[in-house]
Design a protein around this ligand. Structure first.
Ligand code: ZN
Length: 258
């Protein structure tokens, strides 16, 4: 790619039909040579021209195009002085208006491109999330059905809240699942804690989850922050979004191990 392609800055004026015949001829032969940058710029400029109806003016024309337009205006103004006053808006004025709109359209073009990129990324993310969810479900299913997993009933003192059940597989991790669980207030989440056997040991924070709209949740901890042997109990508290380093509320559910 050449440094400072001097044709590149003519593209917008070309798309508007605002070039001198010599400039136009030079640019067209440059395009015919297959300059990728200018071809792409021309595609964009043509797209922009087609989008002029949707624009919001928050972009300024380049100095290059502005001086070009002003020159056209001056030329036409001086020739208009010698001729009779134009009966309608002259063609060049539409060109100037279109040029101003054209440059505001860069915003639209960029927004359009950005939106396309975001849509594609969102689609990818949706697929990835769905796949991850599937994998988690499969993984949780294995933990729940493996005979080596230890069942840990998690009970609550609150009559309005159902009991839960955790399964802990020494190699594969912990699964806690619940149904008809009341939604934590605001943005708060349910966070799992490992209560260590060590006397005076502080609860070890694990993952946090929010039930879905039906009060259902499945918490998979594939890599628990402590071993089953060193853990006395599991507990779940309600915590602010993102979880806490130490419990800030009383446990809703507790399940002793073994
Ligand atoms: Zn070029």
């Amino acid at each position: 790619m050449s440094n400072g392609d001097q044709f590149r800055e003519l593209i917008e004026a070309y798309a508007l039909g605002a070039l001198d015949p010599e400039e136009r001829a030079a640019l067209e032969s440059h395009l015919a040579e297959g300059c990728a940058e200018c071809s792409k710029a021309l595609d964009e400029a043509r797209w922009l021209v087609s989008q002029l109806a949707y624009l919001a003016p928050d972009r300024k024309p380049s100095d290059m195009l502005r001086s070009r337009l002003m020159r056209s205006v001056r030329t036409l103004a001086s020739s208009a002085r010698t001729a009779s006053p134009p009966a309608s808006v002259p063609f060049w004025m539409w060109g100037a208006i279109a040029a101003l709109l054209l440059f505001t359209a860069y915003t639209s073009w960029e927004t359009y491109q950005l939106k396309k990129a975001i849509d594609a990324a969102n689609e990818q993310a949706k697929i990835a999330i769905a796949r991850r969810y599937e994998l988690e479900e499969e993984f949780a299913g294995v933990i729940r059905t493996d005979p080596r997993s230890v069942k840990i009933p998690m009970t609550t003192g609150d009559k309005s809240v159902p009991n839960l059940e955790a399964m802990w597989h020494a190699k594969l991790g912990i699964v806690v699942a619940g149904q008809n669980v009341p939604m934590p207030s605001g943005e708060r989440t349910l966070q799992l804690w490992l209560i260590p056997k060590t006397p005076g040991g502080t609860p070890i924070p694990s993952r946090a989850v929010r039930p879905d709209a039906d009060g259902k949740f499945m918490l998979l901890v594939a890599d628990p922050p402590g071993s089953m042997d060193a853990t006395k109990a599991l507990a779940i508290t309600e915590e602010p979004v993102g979880g806490s380093a130490q419990p800030t509320t009383k446990p809703i559910w507790v399940g002793a191990i073994g």
